[in-house]
Design a binder for this molecule. Structure first.
Ligand code: ZN
Length: 103
C-alpha cells in the first residue's frame, strides 16, 4: 500500500509531499546530530524507493541554505523561517524532515 504524506511550513508557502510504501508506524525516524538539524529540532525519515516533492507557492520566498561541503540545499521558507527538507542534486536524492516533536 502506498502512503502519501503531506506537510508544509508555518505560513503555507512551502509544501512537501512524501510518497512511500512504508507505513508511518513502521518508518524509522532519525535524529541527525549536525548543528543545523539540532538547532531546528529536525527529524528525518528515508525510503530509497519513495518520492518527495517540494512546492513553493512563492519561489522568491524559498531559501536554499548550504554549508560545509555545499552539496545539499536545506530548504527554508524566508517568510516564516521553517525548514521543510533537504535536497541533494548530485545524488538525485531528497530528504524530508519534520519539526520538533509535539509535546
Ligand atoms: Zn513559510
Amino acid at each position: 500500500m502506498t502512503h502519501e504524506l503531506h506537510g508544509r511550513c508555518h505560513c503555507g508557502n512551502l509544501e512537501v509531499t512524501y510518497t512511500t510504501d512504508i507505513a508511518p508506524a513502521d518508518a524509522t525516524v532519525r535524529s541527525c546530530t549536525c548543528s543545523f538539524c539540532r538547532k531546528h529540532g529536525a527529524r528525518a525519515v528515508s525510503d530509497p524507493a519513495g518520492a518527495i516533492t517540494y512546492t513553493a507557492r512563492d519561489p522568491d520566498q524559498l531559501h536554499r541554505y548550504r554549508f560545509e561541503t555545499g552539496a545539499t540545499d536545506f530548504l527554508i521558507c524566508r517568510n516564516c523561517g521553517v525548514y521543510v527538507g533537504a535536497y541533494m542534486e548530485d545524488r538525485a536524492a531528497a530528504e524530508g524532515t519534520t519539526g520538533p516533536p509535539r509535546r
